[in-house]
Design a protein around this ligand. Structure first.
Ligand code: KG4
Ligand code: ZN
Length: 339
């Protein structure tokens, strides 16, 4: 029997809907919220209001893109509704959750609650080639930095994580210190392409085990910039590419050194990356090179499945549907959630 799932993602500042049939993504539509740019970060209340405005047209567009030749009620093709239950901004999560619950009730079809971080990992199962289990995944986003050991779509274990800032925050906060707008990660990536990553040496924290820390790096960058701009107010402007390349180089080396340690410790050679920061070109390149050197099989989701998207919610829901993991209509979203 064919299974068609409509999935909704609204955990932060992207409103997204996707349709998946038997594990194949038929559509993945994302509405970005530009309203936050002027505030230098996501404003939770504005995010929930934008989700309220976006959700109906976004779902409608995802259905139209999935079934371009179908007329009439496009929802009649849907067998289950999935949504991001946690973690995220509670107001944003509530919009997607209420919409999904209402639709499941109205259509009398099953509801599937999905954990956002599990979905980032399983984004690696969307396209061929797919990693065989067990695999390791370095999940790097704006709110999380984790090394996850995946034994099956349902059996995921966090074996290392950040003790303070996430990798995405390290990028965004560094960008803010450089006077760049939010989100600064993609801009650091862009300027770094023309810079010398060896020009400035930033410290690598010595954290035991597989955990990460980025707060020391942020402080080191702050002091470095204060010292240089005191002597030369044009320092940032004149050295932007080299500064970005050096910051990116250090963040990437912190991430990959721990991932290499995790691979050694577990003996696993199927290795993935996921999350918004996995869109970073420096990380993608260094990860691929490290994989070749260590004889790993490496996997990186397509760009559109790295940053927040509903396709990853849909693929996770597909595995949950097969395992019979449905939710009741009384399920509530939560801002924080372990798994
Ligand atoms: O996974 P995501 O879209 O949302 C969360 O779940 O947090 O990740 C967003 C993060 C932001 O910090 C953003 O700056 C970062 O991913 N990011 C990047 C790049 N693209 C997105 N960081 C570095 N380089 C990029 N190309
Ligand atoms: Zn995310």
């Amino acid at each position: 029997m064919s299974i068609t799932i409509l999935a909704i993602e609204s955990s932060c500042d992207e409103t997204s809907a996707a349709v998946c049939r038997d594990g194949q993504i038929l559509s993945n539509y994302i509405a970005n919220q530009t309203v936050h740019e002027q505030y230098g970060g996501v404003v939770p209340e504005l995010a929930s209001r934008a989700h309220m405005q976006n959700i109906v047209p976004v779902v409608h567009t995802a259905l139209q893109k999935a079934f371009p030749h179908q007329t009439g009620n496009l929802l009649s093709a849907i067998d289950a509704i999935a949504f991001t239950q946690a973690p995220g901004l509670i107001g944003s999560l509530l919009v997607g959750a209420q919409f999904a619950k209402s639709l499941a009730l109205a259509l009398n079809i099953p509801l599937i609650a999905v954990h956002h971080m599990q979905a980032h990992v399983l984004a690696n199962l969307i396209d061929e080639p797919r990693p065989a289990f067990p695999f390791l995944c370095l999940t790097v986003s704006g709110g999380h930095t984790q090394i996850v050991l995946c034994e099956s779509p349902q059996l995921l274990q966090v074996i290392g994580e950040t003790m303070d800032d996430a990798a995405g925050e390290a990028f965004d906060k560094s960008a803010k210190l450089l006077g760049l707008p939010y989100p600064g990660g993609p801009l650091i990536d862009k300027y770094a392409k023309n810079g010398n990553p060896q020009r400035f040496a930033f410290p690598e924290p010595q954290i035991p085990g597989l955990n990460f820390s980025f707060s020391g790096l942020k402080t080191a960058i702050l002091y470095f910039l204060q010292e240089h701009t005191a002597k030369d107010p044009t320092f940032i402007e004149n050295n932007l590419a080299d500064i970005c390349a050096s910051i990116q180089h250090r963040i990437v080396s912190i991430l990959l050194n721990k991932l290499q340690a995790a691979a050694l410790q577990t003996g696993i050679k199927n290795i993935c990356i996921a999350g918004g920061v996995s869109a970073n070109s420096g990380l993608r390149k260094a990860f691929t090179e490290m994989g070749e050197k260590n004889k790993w099989q490496t996997f990186i989701p397509a760009f559109e499945y790295c940053t927040d998207n509903a396709a990853m919610i849909a693929i996770t829901a597909y595995y949950k549907y097969q395992a019979g993991e449905f939710s009741s209509l009384s399920v509530s979203p939560t801002a924080r959630a372990n798994w």
